[in-house]
Design a protein around this ligand. Structure first.
Ligand SMILES: [Zn+2]
Length: 265
C-alpha cells in the first residue's frame, strides 16, 4: 500500500479576488496549476451567476452564501463553460445547472476518475501531457481542505445539467444580462459568456493567457480555428479567462492570431 502524503490543512480552500464591485474570481490555490481554474462570480440584483465550479474538493456553496450581503441565501445560477473536471467538479452543489448539450456526456463520464492522483490517470492522458512538456507531481494538491481528506482516494461527484444552453441564449440576473457564445474546439460544447454592460468575455478554456489545449480526444482543431477567428474580432474590453488573470482586448487578439498562425497552416 502506498502511504498517503502528509499535507497541511488549508484554512480556506478558495481564494477570492474582486475585480469590479460585483465581479469576483475564486481559485483553488492549493491545487496544482494544471487543475487550478478561475471560477467567476457575477453578482446581480435578483440572482447571482457562478461560471465554473472548480474540482469539487471542498464545498463551494457555503463560500458563496457568505458573500451574500443580506445574510440570506441568494439564488445562484451555475453555468459551466465545459465539462472538464477542474471546471465542473462542484456542479452538483447547485440546483440550477447550465451546460451546453454537447458537454453532457463528458460531464457524466468517469475517464479522469482520480483527478488528484496522476499515477492513476490513463496512459493516453499522460502521453498527451508529456507531449506538452508537463510532468505531473505525485499529487496535484499541496494541502487538504479538512482532516482525513485523501487526495489519492478523492473521486469527484458527477452531476447532469438541469438546463441546456447554447450560443445566443441569455442569462438574466435582473440588472445584468449575459449572452452565451459557442466556442467549440477545446471541447465540443465549450461556451463563453458576454457581459454587454461591462464589455467582458468570460471565456472558460477557449482562451486564456497560457498554453491552450487542443489535443484531447474531445478537442477539434478545425472548430477551434473558427472560434479563434470569432474571438479575434470580438468587441470586448476585457477577458475573464478559465485560467490565470484577466487581460485586455489587444492581448485577446494576439492570442487568437498566434493560434490561427500556428494551427491554421
Ligand atoms: Zn478544459
Amino acid at each position: 500500500m502506498e502511504e498517503a502524503p502528509q499535507l497541511p490543512i488549508a484554512a480556506d480552500w478558495f481564494s477570492l479576488t474582486w475585480v469590479t464591485g460585483r465581479t469576483a474570481v475564486l481559485t483553488e490555490p492549493h491545487v496544482d496549476e494544471l487543475l487550478r481554474a478561475g471560477l467567476w462570480y457575477l453578482r446581480g440584483r435578483d440572482r447571482d451567476l457562478l461560471v465554473d465550479t472548480g474540482n469539487g474538493i471542498a464545498p463551494l456553496a457555503p463560500v458563496l452564501a457568505r458573500l451574500a450581503r443580506s445574510g440570506r441565501p441568494r439564488e445562484i445560477v451555475c453555468l459551466c463553460t465545459h465539462a472538464h473536471i477542474d471546471h465542473i467538479g462542484g456542479f452538483g452543489e447547485f440546483e440550477r445547472r447550465l451546460l451546453h448539450p454537447a458537454e453532457e456526456e463528458l460531464a457524466l463520464q468517469v475517464r479522469n476518475d482520480a483527478p488528484l492522483s496522476p499515477a492513476l490517470w490513463s496512459r493516453e492522458i499522460l502521453d498527451q501531457l508529456a507531449e506538452s512538456g508537463f510532468v505531473p507531481p505525485p499529487v496535484l494538491v499541496d494541502a487538504i481542505p479538512y482532516p482525513g481528506f485523501d487526495p489519492i482516494e478523492f473521486r469527484p461527484a458527477r452531476a447532469a445539467p438541469t438546463h441546456f444552453v447554447q450560443g445566443g441564449d441569455e442569462v438574466d440576473l435582473g440588472d445584468r444580462r449575459f449572452t452565451v457564445v459557442d466556442q467549440p474546439g477545446h471541447t465540443p460544447g465549450s461556451i463563453g459568456l458576454i457581459d454587454h454592460e461591462e464589455r467582458a468575455l468570460i471565456s472558460g478554456d477557449a482562451v486564456y493567457d497560457g498554453g491552450l489545449i487542443d489535443t484531447m480526444p474531445e478537442s477539434d482543431i478545425a472548430a477551434y480555428l473558427k472560434t479563434m477567428e470569432l474571438l479575434r474580432r470580438l468587441d470586448v474590453d476585457v477577458v475573464y479567462p478559465g485560467h490565470g488573470w484577466p487581460f485586455e482586448r489587444a492581448r485577446l487578439r494576439e492570442i487568437a492570431e498566434q493560434y490561427l498562425r500556428e494551427r491554421g497552416g
